[in-house]
Every structure is written in structure tokens, then in C-alpha cells.
Design a protein around this ligand. Structure first.
Ligand code: BES
Ligand code: ZN
Ligand code: ZN
Length: 492
């Protein structure tokens, strides 16, 4: 449940509820003084100076003299490097503090619009932290406390500018929440068909949704996707989510493609560890669904199609085998050397379908594709591959705008030859040559029909195993803000 926002003009004096005030490193109040009582601020500053001698200054709640209300004092220390991440973490710290109270309304006194450190961008990141800290997944907890609705009352002398930014942030956080909800769902409930139903519900936001069931997948020759799913009792699906933001004919869309393996057991090459984490192997698909929701909420004037391949990689008696040679929608034959390298197989069909049916001007896929990207980049950066310099530049701009950490990785014919196969057109992994994430990207590239394409390996960033300053343990929503910012770039 997200906050409702109201924007106050100067002169309205908040009382009775918590007021949030910002201070700099020397404890001068930097909230817009048009909304402040100098006597109150002076008393608070004296109190803070006393406190800061004793302890590290995290948000601290102090009484406001004579009024009986309280101020939450938040320090922004410009002597440290202030990154978008740091501002977001400040917002999360504020949000966590609020959760310890029963408050239903907050008055945030933002710094004046011309403030050099806490500018409009910084305010947006702080706001994002406050909103996203309120996320939790309680669908299966019977004793969970219903979250109280929080009204955020923003005090600012530039309400229009702030409102525009905050509306954008709210849409992104809503998309991230959908992404996290889907990722939290357990695989016995979120089957591929159930995931497709959840996607079908996105028509509520003005999106058009088409679901291809197994009969339609067969008619489309999507045998790579079907092969991965054939060891499971659950049927596979392909879901297409369309946003005609520019024209009804959906001409020249951007295609966003996602890997949606609702559970990756490894198949016959069964995994020996991290099995509980493999319900998250649909993180790319969840991210595409979340981004499509954000894009629709923002009504971005761009044609966009989200395509997600949904399946389950199991080892039932009909499972595909290591050494099988399977066909794919593109017509290329693939030798399966390892059934655990399944993500690239389902994406091969989804990418080919995207190129052939939608003729996109650019295509971006997101996938929890390889453990190797975690070896290379850990959990901080996602790996980015592209065959097109313009798309690469646009994605890097979007990454900066959305504070998404991403690292450009190489594609090269030298890696490509590692997946040449003596008895089929391509094999699904390279043997003994390292470069596991790169060769996976090279495999995908063979199914992109030379469309400008980028692949983002989010295996390290889609979830965290312990909480960070901006995110609780579990799904991070990584990629939703990046894709939304990318579509905003195309809207310019
Ligand atoms: N879903 C995994 C990749 C993964 C691993 C994501 C760890 C998140 C955390 C993928 O399907 C996989 O199993 N990849 C194999 C490929 C290998 C068999 C070539 C891998 O990375 O080990
Ligand atoms: Zn796998
Ligand atoms: Zn997988």
C-alpha cells in the first residue's frame, strides 16, 4: 500500500503529527525556512548538538517545545559522498523510523528548491526510500498486522516540480512492488499459468495482454521453450503485454523480454545447492511485468511490448536430456549439453518471436541467467551486453537516471565460436573455457536477427540474501526503474 500525497503551500503550519526536518553536517537546519519557527529550530539544534557528541546521528525524534508534537531530525552529511544510493538509504531510514510509530500522517519540510545538495533529484531519491521501505510481502502470514495508510504532506515552495518527480517515483515504486510480489510467491502457487493470469490482470492499467498456451506455442514452433518445460507437470506460457503509448498500430516498439523460470531445479542436471533461491529464477519476467505497469501508470508516449517466457525446469520422466538436440522457433537446432542452462533456451524463442512478430526498433532482455555473472560482478552490478552502441549509450543514461548499477561486458566473435557445435547449429554452453556469462549472451545474440539488442544478466542483483541499507532481504525490484527510465529516454 503506497502513500497518498498532498502538497502544501507555504504558511500552513503543521501540528499534531510528525514533522520531518533536514539538517546539514554542522547541524544547521536546511529545511525551507518559510515553514519553520526559528525558536523551535534553535531549540532542536541545541538538543541535536548535545546528542551528536554522544552517538552517531541517525534520524532522531525530538519533542517540539510547547506544541506537544514531534520532529524527526534527519542529517544530510555533505562531507561524505552523497550518491543517489545514500539519499535513498536516508529515505529508508526515515521510513523504518515511521514504522515504529502508529502515525498515519507526516509533514515533510523539504529544503528550498535551490538548495545545492538536497536538490530535486535528491528529494526524489529520499522520497523513493520512504515509499519503498513500506513494502512487505504478507500474503501467507495469518498473524500479519495490516499496514496503516500513510498520508505524506509535503511542505515545499515548488509543489509542481516536486509533484512531477514524486508522481514518477510513485509509479516506479508501484512497478517494483509488483515485481517483488511476484518474486516472493512460492513456485507451488506461482506456476507459469498462474503467472500468466497475474499478467492478464494488468489490463486494469490500460495494457493489452495476450497469453500463448502450449497449443499456440507448438503452432509457433517454440520448441526450445516447450523442451525446457516438458519435464514439469505445469504447462508453459508466453505472455505479451502491449502498451500503445505512441500509436494504436504499435509501430516500431521497444520490446522488453524476460526470463520467467518459475522454478529452476536444473532439470536432469539437477542443482546441488541454492535450490530454495531458484523460485527467483523468474526475476526477469517479474521485472518486465513491473516495468510495463510503471510505463502504463506514467502513460509514457512510446510503443512498448513486454514478452515473458514462463516455464518450470523440472526433471520429470518426460524431461529433456543432456545431449538432446532440440529445434527452436528460429529454425536453428540446439544441442543441450546441460539442462541447467535453460534460461537461454526459453529466451532464444522469446527473442525470435519478439523480432519476427513486433519488428522492434530495440529489444532488451532481462534474465537471472548465469551464476558466472555473480562471480564477475557480485551482487552490486548487473552485467550489460549489447550489439548496438546507441542502445548502449541510452541504457547507460537510463542507469544513471535511475541509480541502477550496471557494467558493460564484452561480446566478441572469439567467445561466439565457443558455442559452435559439431552436430547442431549451436550448443547451449561452452565447455572448459570460462566466460560463462559472456557465452550465454553470445548464445542469445544468435537469436536476435540483428535487431539493436541488449541483454542484462540480473542473477546477482535481482535479490539479496541479507538486508542492505535500501532493501530488505529478498527481491530487490532491480531493473524496473532502469527499464522505466529507458522508456522515458525514448519518450524525449
Ligand atoms: N538460473 C540459473 C542462474 C543463476 C544461478 C541465477 C545462481 C541466480 C543465482 C541458470 O539457469 C543456471 O543454472 N545457469 C548455470 C549455467 C551452466 C549450467 C552453464 C550456471 O550459471 O551455473
Ligand atoms: Zn538453470
Ligand atoms: Zn535458470
Amino acid at each position: 500500500m503506497l502513500a497518498e500525497n498532498t502538497y502544501n503551500q507555504p504558511g500552513i503550519n503543521p501540528s499534531e503529527s510528525l514533522q520531518i526536518l533536514f539538517f546539514d553536517e554542522s547541524l544547521s537546519c536546511i529545511s525551507d525556512d518559510q515553514f519553520l519557527d526559528p525558536e523551535v529550530i534553535s531549540a532542536l539544534t541545541t538538543h541535536l548538538k548535545h546528542l551528536s557528541n554522544q552517538s552517531k546521528f541517525s534520524p532522531v525524534c525530538l519533542p517540539i517545545q510547547h506544541t506537544g508534537s514531534y520532529a524527526l531530525c534527519v542529517q544530510i552529511d555533505a562531507s561524505k559522498t552523497l550518491t543517489p544510493y545514500a539519499f535513498q538509504a536516508t529515505g529508508v531510514a526515515i521510513g523504518k523510523h515511521i514504522q515504529t510509530t502508529d502515525l498515519s500522517a507526516l509533514h515533510i519540510v523539504w529544503p528550498a528548491p535551490q538548495h545545492s545538495v538536497v536538490n530535486l533529484d535528491a528529494c526524489a531519491y529520499i522520497f523513493k526510500g520512504i515509499l519503498s521501505s513500506r513494502y512487505s510481502f504478507q500474503a501467507y502470514k495469518h498473524d500479519s498486522k495490516p499496514s496503516t495508510k500513510l498520508t505524506l504532506n509535503h511542505q515545499t515552495t515548488s509543489p509542481e516540480a516536486l509533484q512531477k518527480r514524486f508522481t514518477q517515483v510513485t509509479a516506479v515504486v508501484t512497478g517494483e512492488s509488483l515485481c517483488k510480489d511476484l518474486m516472493h510467491e512460492p513456485p507451488n502457487r506461482l506456476t507459469p499459468a498462474n503467472f500468466a493470469d497475474r499478467i492478464a490482470a494488468l489490463t486494469e492499467c490500460g495494457l493489452t495482454v495476450d497469453i500463448l498456451d502450449e497449443d499456440k506455442l507448438r503452432a509457433e514452433n517454440m520448441h526450445a521453450l516447450l523442451s525446457v518445460g516438458q519435464g514439469s507437470q505445469q504447462e508453459s506460457r508466453l505472455a505479451c503485454i502491449r502498451w500503445s503509448g505512441k500509436s494504436q498500430d504499435l509501430k516500431d516498439p521497444i520490446c522488453l523480454v524476460g526470463k520467467g523460470v518459475c522454478f529452476d531445479s536444473g532439470g536432469i542436471n539437477i542443482k546441488l545447492s541454492s535450490l530454495v533461491e531458484m523460485k527467483y529464477d523468474m526475476g526477469g519476467a517479474a521485472c518486465v511485468a513491473g516495468a510495463m505497469k510503471s510505463i502504463a501508470l506514467l502513460k509514457l508516449p512510446v510503443n512498448v511490448v513486454g514478452i515473458v517466457a514462463l516455464t518450470e525446469n523440472m526433471s520429470g520422466s518426460n524431461a529433456y536430456r543432456p545431449s538432446d538436440i532440440i529445434s527452436s522457433r528460429s529454425g536453428k537446432s540446439i544441442e543441450v549439453l546441460n539442462t541447467d542452462a535453460e534460461g537461454r533456451l526459453i529466451l532464444a524463442d522469446a527473442l525470435d518471436y519478439a523480432c519476427d512478430v513486433y519488428k522492434p526498433k530495440a529489444m532488451i532482455d532481462l534474465a537471472t541467467l548465469t551464476g558466472a555473472i555473480i562471480v564477475a560482478l557480485g551482487h552490486e552490478y548487473a552485467g550489460l551486453y549489447s550489439n548496438d552502441d546507441t542502445l548502449l549509450t541510452t541504457l547507460k543514461t537510463a542507469a544513471t537516471e535511475s541509480a541502477s548499477r550496471i557494467w558493460h561486458m564484452p561480446l566478441d566473435p572469439a567467445y561466439d565460436k565457443l558455442i559452435d557445435c559439431p552436430i547442431a547449429d549451436v550448443q547451449n554452453l561452452s565447455v572448459g573455457a570460462g566466460a560463462g556469462s559472456i557465452t550465454a549472451a553470445q548464445f542469445l545474440q544468435r537469436f536476435t536477427r540483428d535487431v539493436p539488442w541488449a541483454h542484462i544478466d540480473i542473477a546477482g542483483t535481482a535479490w539479496v540474501n541479507s538486508s542492505t541499507d535500501i532493501c530488505a532481504k529478498g527481491p530487490t525490484g532491480y531493473g524496473v526503474s532502469l527499464l522505466t527510465a529507458l522508456i522515458e529516454e525514448y519518450a524525449k
